[in-house]
Design a protein around this ligand. Structure first.
Ligand code: HEC
Length: 162
């Protein structure tokens, strides 16, 4: 349950998502100097055990503070999208409550750390297409029409959503 805005919260994250990300760091498919080094030392069993542990923790509380106007902009995009601009409502995949879907491999984003949420949205938007790996591709397509102010609004909303 990170309280550092730039470090992701893992409490309550779906086991399948954590397994997938740790394997991607270990295989050096997902960039991160810190996490590639950490994951390099993990066995498959370590990864499965860690993922089960984090999935069993309750999701943390909303982050305090923030900017209400930015959050309202993020809420509208998250819940309704913006059809004329081909922005798919994030809630279609992540759910209105932002808890994602374990079975479909969709990450929980509720009360994610605000700094990490913005960083990962930028990363996913600009990630090269991996071809064979479908999951990051879904986010790359969803984020393509959005500008950086909108990514800020979305990060603000997911970290502080009711
Ligand atoms: C078509 C389904 C789909 C849509 C629409 C979608 N997402 Fe995602 N999202 C996913 C999937 C699948 C993942 C997991 C990606 C992976 O496995 O690398 C994900 C991952 C994420 C993550 C990273 C979670 C973490 O902790 O690392 C964030 C943040 C996120 N989505 C936010 C959003 C926002 C905000 C929107 C709306 C602009 C959105 N998503 C729209 C499917 C979707």
């Amino acid at each position: 349950m990170s309280t550092t805005p730039s470090t992701p919260r893992l409490a309550g994250q779906h086991a399948g998502y954590v397994r997938f990300q740790l394997a991607a760091f270990r295989a050096k498919l997902r960039p991160s100097p810190v996490m590639q080094g950490v994951a390099a030392r993990l066995t498959d069993q370590n990864i499965a055990d860690l993922a089960a542990y984090f999935a069993a923790q309750p999701v943390g509380p909303a982050w305090p503070g923030g900017n209400a106007a930015l959050r309202a902009r993020g809420e509208a995009l998250f819940q309704q999208g913006d059809a004329p601009r081909n922005v798919i409502a994030c809630a279609i995949c992540h759910g209105a409550d932002g808890r994602g879907n374990e079975r479909l491999g969709v990450a929980s984003v509720t009360h994610q750390s605000p700094g990490y949420a913005l960083a990962v949205l930028r990363e996913l938007k600009n990630a090269p297409s991996f071809g064979g790996i479908i999951h990051p591709e879904a986010m790359r397509i969803a984020l393509r029409p959005l500008n950086d102010n909108e990514l800020r609004a979305l990060a603000e909303y997911v970290s502080r959503m009711p």
